[in-house]
Design a protein around this ligand. Sequence first.
Ligand code: G
Ligand code: G
Ligand code: MN
Ligand code: NA
Length: 308
Amino acid sequence: MNLEQDLRQAVERGEFTLVYQPIVALEDGRLTGAEALIRWRHPERGLLAPAAFLDMAEETQLIVPIGRWVLDEACRQLAEWNDSLPVGARAVTASAGSAGSGGSAGSARPAGSARPAGSARPAGSAGARLPLLATEPDARLPLLAVNLSSRQLSHDADLVCEVTKTIARHGVPPGRICLEVTETAVHEASLTARSALEAFSGSGIKIALDDYGTGYSSLGHLRDNPVDTLKIDRVFISGLGQNRGDDAIVVAVITLAHALGMKVVAEGVETPEQRARLQELGCDFAQGHLFSMPLSAEDFGELLRSGA
Ligand code: G
Ligand code: G
Ligand code: MN
Ligand code: NA
């Protein structure tokens, strides 16, 4: 069977899974987020990384249903992690007084259905989930980053509606979801993409520019799009402290991002030397094998509950 047919079947059969790579604050090493990364549990070829199938998914537009599944699963998982945290560490608790205050669109619920703070959510009833958003000051729920492909951003007319509905359905705070887009996606579909990004941003969802520095790094993109975070590509991190060019680029990107009010995530951090240099440069967050490989949902949940 060819890859395209295989991939269609995988969508129908639900053969995908997500792993989660921790993102930490460089200042104190605390766990602050994760990037959801898709894997395909292929019935014959085993666990496949995105490189084996994402191009085909894009070409065939299967990336649209796959992308919808990714966001739905990521939100479902985020809500599950939230509920598994001690009450004071949750970002969302059901509380009678705050019904509707989170601005979650379109999920009407009967009056009197609100449960007291900290009560367990009803199992298995996503549609009836209470989107009561009482954000706790000590919330430990991570910011969960989900990748959006350029095809999704430019060809999925319902993207904005789908995304906001999905987030509301799971009752997760929009501010705990970050959509990662590449500069190329923003560049190729400038107008469509920009209005989608504006809409996301307006509803409180965070936007990160992924692989920063490797695509069409137009400074206009930073000025014209509502970007919260720049993720510096790992090709620039690898030479940090050794290669003067890489070091200069990382310094410049951090300075630029901070001047524009954005946060910076360094990707692919592998050595203590890279970490130290990034700390010295005031980089906000880091992701990479030095901190953790991508983890299963279960392992990430354990890390989260351990209060790392
Ligand atoms: O997990 P890995 O390092 O192999 O990921 C490789 C690439 O695949 C990364 O650039 C990442 O952005 C992309 N990727 C991973 N998961 C997803 C996903 O769910 N959707 C899209 N569009 N891209 C993804
Ligand atoms: O393009 P994107 O940033 O979404 O890609 C994330 C990819 O980077 C994932 O496939 C992940 O497995 C990979 N990755 C994460 N940490 C490291 C690292 O420290 N070194 C290298 N080489 N790859 C990493
Ligand atoms: Mn990414
Ligand atoms: Na990247």
